[in-house]
Design a protein around this ligand. Structure first.
Ligand SMILES: [Zn+2]
Length: 223
């Protein structure tokens, strides 16, 4: 099995990376990570992704799509005039963090890479907690992308999103169990020295460790 993994350096995709590594039993099994720069606020997550991929001994390619940033206005992640909202993900203002069609952009590039590698699947770490805010993390979207993946080329690829029905707490617990280096991952939407502790991503990260009954080793900004 050859897999192209959309890898951000965050808690979810790092857990998926280690899960896929655990499934590599055959000499031809292989994981190729793609990390995307689409003009997001900071490259902090990419440096964390690089460090973890190196530790895991997995090839990681950084795909620079930074020139599309001016096309993605209205999102706090790609538009400096929009402030990063603070609080929980289920609050309406968290919609400001949605980057237009981001997962389809990344999946499209990952599918092209998978086809050229003759890989069997593209994996990404959408999870149940994303459904409320992010349409491109919902089961119907994954199903539709699987339909597209079956039609876009002669070579068939599967879109795998194994955490689709999981909470982030489930992912943290599983990641810890399989030895994923969760403390080295980056979640924060702001690109400061340490996690801000207040944005939606930080709030969700804290909750995940709490619900999983785990110690959170993340360094947060002092308030
Ligand atoms: Zn934060």
């Amino acid at each position: 099995m050859k897999t192209v993994l959309i890898y951000s350096g965050g808690l979810d995709s790092t857990t998926l990376l280690y899960s896929l590594l655990g499934e590599c039993k055959h000499i031809n099994d292989e994981i190729k990570c793609l990390t995307f720069f689409y003009g997001q606020r900071h490259r902090k997550e990419i440096s964390h992704a690089r460090r973890i991929a190196t530790m895991a001994g997995v090839e990681m390619r950084e795909i620079d799509l930074g020139s599309i940033r001016p096309l993605l206005s209205g999102s706090s992640q790609t538009d400096d005039s929009v402030q990063v909202p603070e609080g929980k993900y289920d609050e309406p203002n968290m919609k400001l963090t949605v980057v237009p069609n981001r997962n389809m952009i990344m999946l499209s590039v990952a599918m092209a890479y998978a086809i050229s590698l003759n890989a069997q699947q593209v994996a990404y770490a959408a999870h149940g907690g994303d459904h409320a805010i992010y349409p491109d993390c919902r089961p119907a979207f994954v199903d539709a992308m699987n339909d597209v993946a079956a039609l876009c080329d002669w070579h068939q690829i599967k879109i795998s999103a194994p955490f689709l029905a999981w909470s982030k707490g489930d992912i943290a617990a599983y990641g810890s169990k399989i030895g994923a280096p969760l403390s080295l991952t980056w979640s924060c939407y702001k690109g400061q020295e340490v996690h801000c502790g207040k944005c939606g991503a930080c709030t969700e990260r804290k909750e995940a460790f709490t619900t999983a009954g785990m110690q959170d080793l993340t360094e947060y900004e002092r308030s």
